[in-house]
Write a protein that binds this ligand. Sequence first.
Ligand code: ADP
Ligand code: MG
Length: 683
Amino acid sequence: MSKDFVNYGMHEPDDDVKIYKPDERREAPVLRSAPVESIEREYTEKSEQIESVDRPAQKRTVRRKEVRKYRELRAGDIAVPLLAAAVFAVLWFLPTTGWLRTLSFLLPYFIAGFDVILKALERISQKEFFSEALACTLASIAAYAIGQYFAAVLIMLLFRLCHIIESYAVRRGRKQLSELLSIRPDSASVETAEGVLSVTPDYVNVGDIILVEPGERIPLDGVIVEGISTIDCSPLAGKTEPVAVTTGYRVLSGCINITSPLRIRADRSYADSTVSKILRLAENAPENKSRQEKLIAAFGKYFTPGVLVLAVLIGLVPPIFNGQWLEYIQRGAVFLLISCPSSMVLSVPLAYFGGLGSAVENGVLIKGFDYLESLANADTFVFEKTGTITEGKFAVTDVVPEGLGERELLGIAATAEMYSQHPIARALRQASSAIVDAKDVRAEDIPGRGVRAYIGSKEVLVGNAALLEENGIGYKVPNRSGSAVHVAVDRRYCGHILVSDRVRRGAFDALENMRVQGVTKTVMLTGDVLSVARPLGSKLNFDMLKAELRPEDKLAAVDYLITNKGGIGTVAFVGDGVSDAPVLQRADVGIVMGAMNCQEAFENADVLIMDENIGKLPLAVKMARFTHFIVKENTGLALIAKFALLAGSALGFVPIAAAAVVDSGVVIFSLINSLRTMKSWKE
Ligand code: ADP
Ligand code: MG
């Protein structure tokens, strides 16, 4: 097959565009040079190859194991324990004595515990010598040995009950995240010279035209080249209203096209598209272990062996001296039983899963459990002004030229700002109808200052006062409020353009809300002038404000806050993702607002607020705090219960059956408690 045939996407689309009906599109288009089936086969073969490259064999087995562990409920899960209980009850009332009685209870014991014993052996065969199942098995054997048949059977039954609830809880936790994973598009319809082909999204090239029918998911990020429609971005941004879009609009993969067909020119490959980035993020999040989990792992490392040693000592040493074997073996068995920090090990990640899932539901992506924790602990919030506290949508309010026309000044400024991503640049481009000599422009951004551009042979500086000062160029101080964008051509001052921005709706409430939740310090950092920043700062009750900062000054300010916070709480930085990567990374937790429109956010931020709603910020804090609270509640309860049981049984107050009930009770309570993090939230 010829190469350019495979690279079908590089051709330009025909001018007269057909919009294909869905059923028409599914059919193989007629091709001149090769039969369609062969191409389609090639696509599927290739996609299979990619699938197997993406998922190495090792990962597959891990997945399968998990599936087995958290299987669906089966009838036996209920029938077997009931049977064991019934058999036990019958035997209990039979007037047997001595050896016969001892042997008879083996029947309900094995009915209840067969699975558990099997599990313990399985773990041993996997070289995991100490497992919960083994602890339970040993404790129940000890109980049986001293004639506590009831306790022995009960231990087994409770162990099973815990596992059933665990399966249920974990599956619910996963379900929430996997619902998010359903944003993955299955196919893309690509226009080719020969017609429309349905391919897997990773086969679409940048520049290809894709067709998206109403009701379909947009498979790749791109720009609309034809069509008027509304799209639903709630799969990405949580509960949001549909957006009207038309030719020239940029749309993101994962959103759903609602009203009418759209032709979209893909401007990113599938791997770089928003959908892939979100999926990667969601899949990797649980790998970022939280501090709590690490603590528990460390705790388990000492607690379990310590308690085991104590179990043996208590069970076997005192009776050598006092001969009370039954009593002390029972105390040792209790120790054995509670040697596993199981409730914490299970419930903590489950709670974090829930928290992550509810956040996603509200359009807040958190990159990992540890960031959720930092967010919960954050007591200092540092905000950038432009695009974060304000909308970042500047409008030109005044043009003050010096020795040239208004239009000309705007034209020069817009041309110099041709390539800049800064919101001011966007405003200037929008305000000016003329971009002069567009072909002959080279420009560089000077972060926190403006741009330096060469238009033809002319050097043009566009930016704030500091930029002109640094270049030794005199300028006029504007006599009106607003941010001034000064323009100099070949080192000669040409006047300034005043631009102004609006405070985000709900910014005041959002900040107040965060203070109510215990955020003690709010800081605003901006590269803008003090005269613009100060009124804003006092209006929103910021505790601290710094203006006229370059990006490196912002970094230094955040650095200062982190090193001087005295070890309490964490420092969060909230930005719009434009040129603030170093600060986002330096802060304990870096948050980007409006991440849907900022590709850099996926790499640089720890927490992504997908849409532009600043009200999501206090919501994210609230969800994180609640999750963290549940985690602390669970770990606290488990610790208290375990140590109380240990102390009580060492002194002989706790019968083994009671210990089993309390310990499993804590497990079940904390699992169910963790599910509370999955609740729905309102702003
Ligand atoms: P903030 O900290 O508020 O986000 P920035 O660091 O993005 O502000 O920019 C700081 C200041 O630098 C702006 O207020 C503006 O005066 C100037 N500036 C930065 N980039 C540009 C640009 N492309 N064009 C004009 N002015 C710019
Ligand atoms: Mg900025």
